[in-house]
Design a protein around this ligand. Structure first.
Ligand code: SF4
Ligand code: SF4
Length: 343
């Protein structure tokens, strides 16, 4: 089998809408990034969801953003299947001509969602699973979540939906990552996304017992596991994290079209900014507006030797420096992925 590995560049002429339609969730995962203070606690009603979908669709885009030929939508929460009108939101996205529709779920699949939409309407249900057994997964995601998630995957496959799986790697579960490709393959998963909770490169901080990984821990396990998944026929991606010195740095906030929309109307273009009121846009009265400075947008163009400016600001511990004060590695954009697939 021939495995092709490449860095996934940001795609021109298309945009990705990461649409958090509510922040409520039935789980309390240890690494959950939802921050109600910053993202609100609202559940958007269906007419608001439809209006906001129109703002980002290529047929009726807002004047605040440039026209594109294609938009992909990823419905998120909280847990999006807790929304009683998720099925109507999916159908509306299709009607508006979205290029693809994905639902990220913890696997509980509330509101009978699998019986209210079809595989033609949903490109992928993407299941979050952080371990190959309940012992490991449930420690991070809560009791019973492994069983619910794997059962949800089986149900979705039995109804012929395509399914993917997201694994958030941390110190608590990285040792179990090599067990995931076999399990996911047996469940019929066709795409495997490995995410990282945070990489800390500073050896001085290694004694800390939090969930963040060192570069060495990451390098020792992730690329080999991705290769294993690709050999089993899965499309697999993982964050690039570091660039080699000859590789060109680019910031998705400048060259790509990613919109992270929250129920309180905040719209970010960099996921690292989501804990701060730095959002580039906001939706008010169903209109998308660019916010005045200072937002994330004024920080993206800052050219620094470390690469990603938000990593430098928010996670300086991720960066190692040499004796001359130069960074030893360039931190890649968190949206840049390595992609492996079999041909
Ligand atoms: S399932 Fe997702 S939204 Fe819910 S607690 Fe876990 S990470 Fe957060
Ligand atoms: S992670 Fe860094 S490089 Fe990527 S969009 Fe944000 S600021 Fe730009």
């Amino acid at each position: 089998m021939n495995i092709v590995k490449k860095t996934v560049e940001f795609k021109p002429h298309s945009r990705n809408l990461f649409f958090h339609i509510l922040t409520a969730c039935n789980l309390k995962c240890k690494h959950c990034y939802i921050n109600p203070e910053q993202h609100g606690t609202k559940t958007l009603d269906i007419s608001t969801i439809k209006s906001w979908l129109r703002l980002f669709s290529h047929t009726d885009h807002s004047s605040a953003i440039k026209p594109v030929t294609d938009t992909n939508v990823i419905f998120l929460g909280g847990e999006p299947t807790l929304h009683p009108d998720l099925a109507a939101a999916i159908k509306e996205a299709r009607k508006l001509g979205y290029g693809s529709v994905t639902v990220d779920t913890n696997g509980y699949l509330f509101n009978d969602i699998l019986n209210r939409v079809t595989p033609e309407e949903v490109d992928y249900f993407s299941f979050s699973l952080d371990g190959s057994s309940s012992r490991i997964n449930d420690l991070l995601r809560g009791n019973g979540s492994y069983e619910a998630c794997t059962k949800g995957m089986e149900k979705a496959r039995s109804k012929e939906f395509s399914i993917s799986s997201i694994f958030t790697a941390s110190r608590a579960n990285i040792h179990d990552l090599p067990n995931m490709p076999g399990l996911l393959s047996s469940l019929g998963v066709s795409r495997f996304f490995i995410q990282v909770i945070g990489i800390r490169g500073n050896p001085a901080q290694r004694h800390e017992t939090d969930l963040q990984l060192t570069r060495e821990e990451w390098d020792a396990i992730v690329p080999d596991t991705a290769m294993k998944a690709a050999r089993l026929g899965m499309y697999c991606t993982y964050p690039k994290v570091f660039l080699d010195n000859q590789e060109q740095f680019s910031c998705a906030g400048i060259v790509a079209e990613n919109y992270f929309v929250f129920p309180n109307g905040r719209v970010y273009t960099c996921p690292l900014c989501e804990d701060y009121p730095l959002h580039s846009y906001e939706i008010k009265d169903n209109r998308l507006r660019k916010r005045p400075p200072l937002t994330e947008a004024q920080l993206f163009p800052l050219k620094i030797p470390e690469g990603c400016v938000m990593n430098r600001i928010f996670h300086p511990g991720n960066i190692q420096y040499g004796k001359t004060g130069n960074p030893l590695n360039i931190i890649a954009c968190c949206m840049l992925k390595e992609e492996l697939l079999s041909r």
